[in-house]
Design a protein. Structure first.
Length: 81
């Protein structure tokens, strides 16, 4: 059960990194959204931005596989204030 929770956290972290690098949201907005899911900002060497669930660890794994992410852009969303 702990393994599944850790894997979910890793996937959520990967998705977070992907989405936050492509959206034009303020840092405060991102922190608020991530905080709602119980995630806290962490420092990771080599990454600009990372969030994790407190107490989550991937230390038991030698490797973590991240599946490719598909991204689509909507022209109607380009004119945000």
């Amino acid at each position: 059960m702990k393994t599944i929770a850790t894997l979910k956290t890793a996937c959520l972290l990967a998705l977070t990194l992907t989405l936050t690098s492509s959206l034009a949201a303020s840092k405060k907005d991102v922190d608020n959204v991530m905080g709602r899911d119980g995630l806290q900002k962490i420092n990771v060497k080599g990454l600009d931005l990372a969030y994790a669930r407190p107490g989550a660890s991937l230390a038991a794994y030698k490797r973590v596989k991240l599946d490719p992410v598909e991204v689509q852009f909507d022209k109607s969303c380009g004119n945000r204030p």
